[in-house]
Design a protein around this ligand. Structure first.
Ligand SMILES: [Zn+2]
Length: 123
């Protein structure tokens, strides 16, 4: 994700993203999903995001959370994970999980095409 987007999140939700800031290694297309998670965690309080990554085409968010808020935090994350499987990770258009060269990512048709072309160029 572009630094200007992550900086925006760090600025709006300093309680959810305290310093040192977490690693956010997903595409720009998932910004709205991540922003939604951060807003809900901010309302909930006491939830800290440790890392944001992509695993087998799905958004994964590692958190630090008190036991009594664990269930609601997991519910928020499960809804976001479901949304990430139908949202292009690069451009936020409607997408679906795709396998290219052994990697799995959720992408729209256009982004999958350019990703496939980049993969081909590396051979
Ligand atoms: Zn796309």
């Amino acid at each position: 994700m572009r630094t200007e987007l992550t900086d925006k999140l760090f600025q709006i939700y300093p309680r959810v993203f305290p310093t040192p800031h977490p690693r956010i290694v997903v595409g720009d297309g998932w910004y709205e999903i991540l922003s939604g998670i951060a807003r809900k965690f901010d309302d909930l309080g006491d939830v800290i995001i440790l890392e944001v990554r992509q695993k087998i085409a799905v958004l994964r968010v590692d958190i630090l959370c008190p036991v009594e808020k664990r269930n609601i935090a997991n519910t928020i994350l499960m809804a976001a994970e479901a949304r990430s499987t139908v949202t292009c990770e690069d451009c936020s258009e409607a997408g679906r999980p795709r396998s290219i060269e052994g990697y799995y990512r959720t992408l729209c048709e256009t982004c999958a095409k350019s990703w496939r072309q980049r993969a081909d160029l590396q051979h």
